[in-house]
Design a protein around this ligand. Structure first.
Ligand SMILES: Cc1ncc(COP(=O)(O)O)c(C=O)c1O
Ligand SMILES: N[C@@H](CCCC[NH3+])C(=O)O
Length: 433
């Protein structure tokens, strides 16, 4: 059994703050992030490259959790960020993030998004398709700049993860297909375009990956591809996807192993091809914010079906964490007001939404609980708030950052007014009797 960090009240603590009192202060459901942990991970990624003395960029994949506060932490830690929409771009800008340190991914960036990116000086645009090559070239020309780009390749590597979060296989909507020659065609177009500065190649094989072989294959493939085109790239971007521990069944490798394998592979390729060592870029999202976040809920009703199941309902659910419903994702939860108490029963933690699939934890051993107790679902920092919705017209929860015992609201809780703020009255008369 895990021994959770507690204070003198035997309450769960999050980077020194009492989880129960955070719930009292800010209400529930509440996303809480341990900022010390986020900083440690960001620094650890950087150190791995610095120790090996290789040029690198660690670019936080902000789709995992994109708020002003996280862009500010990333900037303080000297890492870059990857964005995938105009919304993430304006959030980063509002946060004061240096746009030169942004890269822009996505399979259908609009003309307006690309224009905004060029106008705001986004450092690197990761081109995904032929239309985008053309659009960006026109926009760059109009703005009289030469835009740095990478080409996203669909590498034909299947990662062992959930089908919906696997992106590297050939049958994927992302990137230029390698096997049919589309990638080479894109390379030739980009290389000969005076408005675009092609710096390198990108490929991302998927998310929540637990072994190094996919990353090694991906890195090797990108290098071999460039070499086969007679070209020495300045950047090789191998994407993100490093797996994290959600439950005891997950056995992720330390980040150092993934990164070491990528560095080893690319050092080997650079040596054998007699290249200047290219910059190695990685785009971790989940591994930076996932383990650092948790969601606090208040326990409400329960339903006991003898010999079948105990359902314990909390005041949130699929609107703040869609992942169990979407990917059958597994989580662990802990009773925040008594995390180290002896467990008494196994329950299914359900939400309050009108769906049978509205589950937060499929199976959880817990001590005896009472309505009003605080339950923390762990490792919800990635793709939780980022994928939250107003389903059933529930307001989205607030987000709090904690660092060394101090806490701060970084996203306010939505109100019913927010939910209705875009609604208009319908005033047309019916034309049928
Ligand atoms: C292009 C790209 N880079 C980075 C990531 C981040 O992945 P993860 O959060 O698993 O590290 C993703 C998401 O899978 C992605 O599509
Ligand atoms: N949203 C997914 C990951 C998708 C990654 C996007 N490329 C998740 O929750 O695991």
């Amino acid at each position: 059994m895990t021994n959770y960090l507690t204070n003198e009240l035997e309450h769960l603590t999050i980077d020194g703050a009492d989880a129960v009192s955070l719930a009292e202060t800010y209400g529930t459901p509440l996303y809480v992030y341990d900022v010390s942990k986020i900083r440690q991970t960001m620094r650890a990624f950087k150190t791995l490259f610095e120790k090996e003395n290789v040029p690198y960029v660690v670019s936080y994949a902000s789709k995992a959790f994109a708020t002003k506060a996280i862009y500010q932490v990333a900037q303080q830690e000297g890492i870059h960020a990857d964005i995938v929409s105009g919304g993430e771009l304006v959030t980063a800008i509002k946060a004061g993030f240096d746009t030169k340190h942004l890269s822009f991914n996505g399979n259908n960036k609009s003309f307006d998004e690309l224009t905004l990116a060029v106008e705001k000086g986004v450092g690197t645009i990761i081109i995904d398709n032929f239309l985008e090559l053309k659009l960006l070239s026109t926009i760059a020309q109009e703005h009289q700049i030469k835009q740095d780009i990478l080409l996203r390749i669909s590498p034909g590597i299947s990662a062992h993860t959930h089908e919906f979060i696997s992106t590297g296989q050939q049958d994927s909507k992302f990137g230029f297909d390698l096997l049919t020659g589309q990638a080479k065609e894109a390379f030739q177009i980009a290389k000969n375009d005076d408005n675009l500065n092609l710096r390198g190649l990108h490929a991302h094989i998927g998310s929540q990956i637990f072994d190094v072989t996919g990353f090694e294959k991906n890195a090797a493939l990108l290098a071999d591809t460039a070499q086969s085109w007679g070209w020495q790239p300045a950047v090789i971007n191998v994407g993100g996807g490093f797996g994290i521990r959600y439950t005891a069944d997950d056995k992720p490798l330390p980040e150092s192993e993934y990164v070491a394998a990528i560095i080893r592979t690319l050092k080997g390729k650079a040596a054998s091809y007699d290249w200047k060592m290219p910059e190695i870029w990685i785009e971790p999202g989940r591994s930076i914010v996932g383990p650092a976040g948790q969601t606090l809920y208040t326990i409400g009703s329960r339903k006991d079906i003898p010999d079948i199941r105990h359902y314990l309902a909390v005041d949130g659910g699929m609107g703040d964490n869609i992942r169990p419903a979407l990917y059958q994702a597994q989580y662990e939860a802990v009773l925040a007001n008594q995390p180290n108490a002896q467990t008494k029963e196994v329950v299914r933690v359900a939400g309050k939404y009108c769906e049978s699939g509205d589950v937060l934890v499929w199976q959880q051993a817990l001590p005896e609980t009472q309505p009003g107790d605080i339950l923390s679902v762990l490792a919800t920092g990635a793709y939780g708030y980022a994928m939250a919705s107003n389903y059933n017209r529930n307001p989205r929860p607030a987000v709090v950052f904690v660092e060394n015992g101090k806490h701060q609201l970084v996203v306010a809780r939505e109100t019913y007014e927010h939910i209705m703020s875009l609604d208009k009255d319908y005033t047309l008369q019916s034309s049928t009797k």
